[in-house]
Write a protein that binds this ligand. Structure first.
Ligand code: PEP
Ligand code: MG
Length: 890
């Protein structure tokens, strides 16, 4: 017989944490907590298989379910000494959903189930508190009415407001038992009106209705949308948890709270969260009363931390916290209730956290001996390091404060104000930095929150949707800025006499909660402390080297600061755009004959030499790969009439002639046109000048420092061995000339980019003439897919949305297609030259998933933009661990 129901805490614990597929995250962890001796109110979990069965069988439960639920309920009754539906000592239960992964959009919670007109009297007698009993009953009708019966929650609120008005009171707490009875009469009428039936009095009927509502909510529209967005299969199903009620609202010795075992914003080893005395779970999130901090260390003047108010329960919670962290070896997000000074645990799960917290917690836990270095490396998502490498506000920069809210997610962000998620997405797609401003956010806003640089809400606390989601996404967020009024219709916000309209700029500081008018200067992040420690551990583990794509001295310096071990791609054309040089470049392009080109190139030579000299000095002996001119020449063409006239003037030719030349050079498909080594073959003098500049600079550095750099000269867009032979010969000739002139000989390598399918497929031939390959996966992706790099942005996002492509292949390497070619080229190349050096310098070199692929192909290094270097270092370490590499951290 299939076991459909698993008990916990009720004399037996049938589940475990690793049974989350069957029991859902909540159920599995309740069982785990109970089995390690933590105080969990007894209950049972109806498995996700019941959900699957329910939907596979025309919404019918398995035949044995009812009996199994009855038996499990009886065990709960025995454990607590109460009876479900008993008019003297009634057992009340909570009913909660719980999928494998926590999923907004589904039915959440019904508390106090089992109450009716008779059992409420029993509860009043048993608790000795009539007011509590009737308050519990009205809460039950309200929750059950809302989530199970679908009665509009405003109806219930109107009724309470009406009674409060009648009694002349403001706070719910001022209502008496008699008042609650009046409220309940109103509630029951509202239910009758809305559903055409009286409020169900039979506890067992209540229970099955609530269970049915949980399973029903698995297929509601919001849950379906959420699953689609997060790739959660419908077959997973949800579990249902039924658990004996404990009460945080029975008096001043009762409380309820939600907290993290460490600070989820900073990672500090401090109890973080909120609790409320004399309250039930939903009161903490509802925001009617202000929750209080847990720890004294976090209390502001006037606040009443739990540590002071309930020292015994707090001390027990501190012990539980230690047990949980030791057991789960990770920071936990917990829910608890204190009933008459006795602590009960209602939930635990690994807590969501910011990148900063993730790093600190991983490093701290390793130092505390909870996890080892390899585990610490695996704990931090490489992509999340991006957030830590981004600037914060410069403390010295002038600023004008607009208002202040809660520091919900750290980091600073500056952008134009938008008031809807759709608008945020639209403007971000056009390249604008936007700040999404909402009264509060909901799951429907996720796409806009993702597109925004920062998020500002005027309502909600540190555990509000905006705060939690922004922290998870790594977006700076200021929440609950009550001093700001948002007017969606007018598309404006106002605070302290200022009005900011949509499209105007503001700056947020997610670390302090401040909001500033206009933009505020930012500063570079610190790369020491925990960050440096984790990087050091990662460096011990990884096999692949990490280089940077850099050409300016500033980029090269940044790259080194971030730990780059060389330059994997210096795009020399980037050195041509400088105002001092572009004139000579244009002269070179527009010259009709070799002599004219050579004159122009002679002007460029000293600039190039200086550039390479600086790069070699900064990189101090680390490898530097310099790619000869690559882009289609049209990128340098003069565009305006004035520019054309200027070039004509400097060349001493006619403007009309220049215009004709510009027209001659224009190409229908420049990315597939006269570019890459094709230019070097048409105009050998260009590559000759560049090679000469490289060798002269290298010789000069050798003389200055006594250590000769080993330049790696790279030929772009090679499709045949013959092309490489021709261009390589040019380079070798220049080397010989410079060495003869200077009397100094240095070592150098000549290699090629593999960025065309033909090059990959004939890599065995090309390898004969190459000292190294560097995979140019930007062009390789373009040519394998036949997708223009420059135009695909217009329609590719819709391909990803429609799931035609799993990811943008220009961001994350297409392993099946492009990856297959990389593998073929690597194999063929090494087949000819076993020691052939292999690297990657396309954008994918900074993408964690692509780096994982590079490890499997056995590349020597990845090269990425300077800011991505730490991301790549960590990703390369994870890839090495994943590949089962030797753990060198021990
Ligand atoms: C590439 O094509 O992957 C590459 C690195 O070169 P570029 O982006 O300059 O074309
Ligand atoms: Mg390229």
């Amino acid at each position: 017989m299939t076991q459909w129901v698993y008990s916990f805490g009720a004399g037996r614990n049938e589940g475990r944490a690793d049974m989350r597929n069957l029991l859902g995250g909540k159920g599995a962890n309740l069982a785990e907590m109970a089995s390690i001796g933590l105080p969990v109110p007894p209950g049972f979990t109806i498995t996700t298989e019941v959900c699957t069965h329910y939907y596979a069988n025309g919404e019918q439960y398995p035949g044995e379910l009812q009996a199994q639920v009855r038996a499990a309920l009886a065990r709960v009754e025995d454990a607590v000494g109460l009876k479900f539906g008993d008019t003297d000592k009634p057992l009340l239960v909570s009913v909660r959903s719980g999928a494998r992964v926590s999923m907004p959009g589904m039915m959440d919670t019904v508390l106090n189930l089992g109450l009716n007109d008779a059992t409420v009297e029993g509860l009043a007698r048993a608790s000795g508190d009539e007011r509590f009993a009737w308050d519990s009953y009205r809460r039950f009708i309200q929750m059950f009415g809302g989530v199970v019966l679908g009665v509009d929650h405003h109806r219930f609120e109107e009724i309470i407001e009406g009674v409060k008005l009648d009694r002349g009171v403001v706070e719910d707490t001022a209502l008496t038992a008699a008042d609650w009875k009046t409220v309940i009469t109103g509630y029951k009428e509202a239910v009758q009106e809305a559903t055409g039936k009286p409020f169900p009095q039979e506890p067992e009927a209540q229970l099955w209705a609530a269970i049915g509502a949980v399973f029903g909510s698995w297929m509601n529209q919001r849950a379906i949308t959420y699953r689609r967005l997060h790739d959660i299969p419908a077959e997973w199903g949800t579990a249902v948890n039924v658990q004996a009620m404990v009460f945080g609202n029975m008096g001043e010795d009762c409380a309820t709270g939600v907290c993290f075992t460490r600070d989820p914003s900073t990672g500090e080893d401090i109890f973080y969260g909120e609790y409320l005395v004399n309250a039930q779970g939903e009161d903490v999130v509802a925001g009617i009363r202000t929750p209080q901090p847990m720890s004294k260390l976090r209390a502001k003047p006037g606040e009443r931390p739990m540590e002071d108010v309930m020292p015994a329960a707090y001390a027990e919670l501190v012990r539980v916290r230690e047990t949980l962290e030791k057991h789960y070896k990770d920071m936990q997000d917990i829910e608890f209730t204190v009933q008459q000074n006795k602590l009960y645990m209602l939930q635990t799960r690994n807590g969501k956290r910011t990148a900063a917290a993730s790093l600190k917690i991983a490093v701290d836990m390793c130092r505390e001996g909870l996890i080892d270095q390899s585990e610490a490396i695996k704990r931090v998502a490489p992509g999340s390091l991006d957030q830590l490498l981004h600037p914060t506000l410069d403390p010295k920069a002038p600023r004008k404060v607009l208002s202040k809210g809660l520091p919900a997610s750290p980091g600073a962000a500056c952008g134009v104000v938008v008031f809807s998620a759709d608008e945020a997405e639209l403007r971000a797609r056009e390249g604008e930095s936007v700040i999404l401003v909402r009264v509060e956010t909901s799951p429907e806003d996720i796409h806009g929150m993702h597109a925004a640089r920062g998020i500002l809400t005027t309502r909600g606390g540190m555990t509000s949707h905006a705060a939690v989601v922004a922290r998870g996404m790594g977006r700076p967020c200021v929440a609950g800025a009550g001093g700001i009024t948002v007017d969606y219709t007018a598309q404006a916000l106002s605070a302290g006499g200022h009005i900011i309209r949509a499209g105007e700029t503001i700056t947020l500081d997610g670390a302090t909660g401040e909001i500033f008018i206009g933009s505020v200067a930012m500063i570079e992040p610190q790369l020491s402390g925990d960050f440096a420690a984790l990087m050091e551990w990662a460096d011990k583990v990884r096999r692949m080297k990490v280089r940077a794509n850099a050409e300016t001295p500033l980029d090269a310096e940044t790259a080194r600061k971030f730990g780059a071990e060389g330059i994997g791609l210096c795009r020399t054309e980037h050195m041509f755009f400088d105002p001092e040089r572009i004139g000579a470049v244009r002269q070179m392009i527009m010259a009709e004959h070799e002599t004219g080109r050579r004159t122009a190139l002679a002007k460029l030579l000293p600039f190039q030499r200086q550039d390479f000299h600086d790069l070699f000095r900064i990189m101090a002996g680390l490898p530097v790969t310099i790619r000869l001119l690559d882009p289609p020449l049209h990128e340098f063409l003069p565009h305006s009439d004035a520019e054309i006239a200027e070039v004509a003037n400097s060349l001493g030719v006619d403007v009309a002639l220049m215009q004709r030349r510009a027209a001659d050079l224009s190409e229908a498909n420049p990315m597939l046109g006269h570019r890459g080594c094709r230019l070097g073959i048409s105009y050998p003098e260009i590559y000759e000048m560049q090679a000469r500049a490289i060798f002269e600079a290298a010789v000069q550095v050798a003389k200055e420092t006594g250590a000769a750099p080993v330049p790696e000269i790279m030929i772009p867009l090679v499709m045949t061995k013959r092309e490489l032979d021709i261009t390589r010969a040019q380079v070798d000739r220049m080397a010989a000339e410079v060495f003869a002139e200077s009397g100094t000989t240095i070592e150098y390598l000549v290699g090629t980019m593999i960025e065309l399918p033909r090059a990959a497929l004939t890599a065995n031939q090309i390898a004969e003439s190459a000292d190294f390959f560097s995979f140019g996966t930007n062009d390789l992706t373009q040519t394998v897919f036949g997708l223009s790099r420059d135009d695909a942005g217009k329609f590719l996002p819709s391909y990803v949305e429609k799931n035609i492509l799993p990811k943008d292949p220009f961001v994350s390497l297409d392993v099946e297609g492009v990856g297959a070619l990389v593998e073929i080229a690597a194999q063929k190349g090494r087949g000819v030259k076993p020691g052939l050096k292999l690297g990657i310098c396309g954008e994918h070199g900074g993408d964690p998933a692509s780096i994982q692929f590079c490890e499997t192909v056995g590349l020597e290094y990845v090269s990425c933009s300077p800011y991505r270097v730490p991301v790549a270092r960590l990703a390369a370490a994870q890839a090495a661990l994943h590949a089962g590499g030797v753990d060198r951290t021990a």
